[in-house]
Design a binder for this molecule. Sequence first.
Ligand code: TYD
Length: 208
Amino acid sequence: MKKGLFITIEGPDGAGKTTQIDNIERYFAERGRTVVRTREPGGTSIGEKLRAVLLDPANTEMSPITEMLIYAAARAQHVAEKIRPAIDRGDVVICDRFMDSSIAYQGYGRGLGECVRDVNLIAVDGVLPDITFLMDLDPAKGLARIAANRGTEDRLEREALDFHYRIYEGFLALCDEPGTAMVRIDADRTVEEIKADIYAKLDEIVTG
Ligand code: TYD
């Protein structure tokens, strides 16, 4: 059986992931592939309950380690229940955020460092993306887009700007790691320009 593909999309809040996930989904649908589109935190019934706890602005007392472990717990369930079975069936899994978000937000943003990777390697149990698109956008621009489009912010988005810059620094560091699956996409351009870059990368993978 043809092995599936696992694609993740990362980036600062408001970097335009959703629009490009639509495009990636279309790319594979046009090629007759079965696509499983999912997101983190969430993607399963248990994961969506954990998501509500994580994003609720009322949960101001949540400790950084609690936060990191809940994201990892949601991810472990997501991999076991949805992502691994889909890849094993030969499907294309497109996931809005994955383990790199924990390294950037909890590792760099909250300052928890390397333990985040260790915990998440347990959670993902060997399931790592074939390719990760980093939507590279200055965090201040991303947050301004959110404010203009949505008007409300969740618990993470409410953090101070320096928190978001630490996260951004984390994503850029991940891009520079040897053997990384992360591809940096300049997200400060038109939707069509960004799409063209992403499609060129997908062509490489598909013809691989
Ligand atoms: P969401 O509304 O899905 O944001 P976005 O549309 O930007 O992806 O909320 C997810 C929030 O959770 C977002 O602020 C990033 C954060 N997050 C972490 O801090 N750690 C993680 O491991 C993941 C997956 C997300």
